[in-house]
Ligand binder design. Sequence first.
Ligand code: GLN
Length: 271
Amino acid sequence: MLRRSKLKVFALLPALTLAVAAAGCGSETTPAGGQTGGADAPALIKSGKLVTCTGLPYEPFQFEKDGKVIGFDVELVDLVAKKLNVTQEIVDTPFDGIQSGVDLDSGKCDLAAAGMTITDTRKQNFDFSDPYFEATQALVAKKSAGVTDFDKLKGKKLGVQNGTTGMEYAAKNAPGVELVTFEDLGLLLTAVETGTVDAAINDNGVLFDWIKKKPDFEVGKEFDTGEQYGIGVKKGNAALLKVINETLAAAKSSGDYDKIYEKWFGKKPTK
Ligand code: GLN
């Protein structure tokens, strides 16, 4: 099931509508402008670009539509790019290389935005921004299967996505369940739909989004794993981390974060 050499680059149009928000309300004195800015301006791997590693599809955080990559994470990173006076370019690459820190270390991208949970292990390999989203693990299966917990899957097949917190959670908490690994969320959900696996584990946000379009399927269980997503940068890249954190904080106080959230999740954030 593993897809090899999956590497695709997407150039994104500048998010013009967000330019005003980023340029307005000016208590910020750090010069924006990746390549030409002041001493604090982060060094970027590609002139004029903020290169993002992500694993597609991960709807509604990042997915391809009409040849463009769109989604919640994409719009948040567009705000960071705007702040740096550059445009975002997206590199689609398997999640496992993102979460291990290998892609950041090898200079494949400036940052990783991939609906990625902040974990202690990952924190040893690269640095995370402040949290920007809450998540928890969940099970999705055909409604008729009644998969309300791992015990309903004894002797059955549970699909997991390679390198994810869901995979790790299932490996620890689902004894007697056969785990089947998939490279990305798209392949995982296709396997659930076609019955190749009896259920899948992944983050609640993507699964609730998927069942909106799949009325025969349900999220039968959410595990209270208390996860938070963060944007990753190469270890020690404090200059970029600072811009990301300032941008997230500014988006939260200006209401831009809430607008983007509502656009992709159909409701306001609870906190
Ligand atoms: N949040 C999960 C993790 O960090 C899944 C992320 C993903 O598959 N893109 O492992």
